[in-house]
Design a protein around this ligand. Structure first.
Ligand code: GSH
Length: 221
């Protein structure tokens, strides 16, 4: 059975956003069973885990002799195995790959830059305000570009849900504590459509169940 690495526990700000969610969601859409390989900080540093994921991050998958890391690569690998995530038409398949890169390589990077500033211990440094404003503007431009492309479309490619929507939705979700997506009705509706999918709900519940089961005593409600 496919094994997916995931964190045993993360603080609440990250819960529901950790990138193994992308893989769990893809597997649920494809109807492929999986088991979790829950890891913690010590595992992240271990040589055995670094052999699987050179950066010590999650997710990684083990599937027989096949081991993969990078959520986008894993989701595309799963998509290759299931018409639930990838259409049959060759051109549409290439467009799904294109939008996969757009989600992870064009839309996500400025969002992660903002996160890095905001998550500095003790809060964003005072001198970072100007840079942060520029990054927020860049995020807004990218979001507007996606919203304009979507227009009246419900999905990015082929008039149906694909791996590209799965990844784009998970990228937009990173902005859940800001108004950047919420204030853009087209994108907000798009995100909600993704989150309403039964496979998404199952994947999110599975990630959250691991955190609930492994919460350190101080973090228990
Ligand atoms: N580009 C990688 C990023 C993976 C990533 O950033 N994973 C985070 C969790 S969402 C992580 O493991 N962070 C811990 C670390 O970087 O040490 C992917 O998409 O798989």
């Amino acid at each position: 059975m496919i094994k997916v690495s995931a964190f045993r526990w993360v603080p609440p700000f990250a819960q529901g956003l950790v990138r193994d969610l992308r893989v769990r969601w893809a597997l649920e859409e494809a109807g492929l069973p999986y088991e979790e390989k829950l890891i913690g900080p010590d595992d992240q540093k271990s040589a055995a885990y670094r052999a699987l994921q050179p950066f010590g991050q999650v997710p990684a998958i083990e599937d027989g002799d096949l081991t993969l890391f990078e959520s986008g690569a894993i989701v595309l690998n799963i998509a290759e195995r299931s018409s639930a995530l990838l259409p049959a038409d060759p051109q549409e398949r290439e467009l799904v790959r294109t939008w996969t890169f757009a989600a992870l390589n064009t839309v996500e990077p400025p969002i992660m830059m903002m996160n890095m500033i905001d998550l500095q211990p003790g809060g964003a440094p005072a001198g970072a305000k100007e840079l942060r404003d520029k990054i927020v503007a860049a995020i807004g431009t990218r979001l507007d570009n996606v919203a304009t492309f979507l227009g009246e479309r419900e999905h990015l490619v082929a008039g149906r849900f694909t791996a590209a929507d799965l990844l784009m939705t998970t990228v937009l979700r990173i902005l859940r504590n800001s108004e950047l997506v919420a204030s853009r009705p087209t994108l907000d509706a798009y995100r909600r459509r993704g989150e309403a999918r039964p496979a998404f709900k199952k994947a999110l519940a599975a990630q959250m169940a691991a955190f609930a089961a492994h919460a350190p005593p101080a973090a228990k409600p």
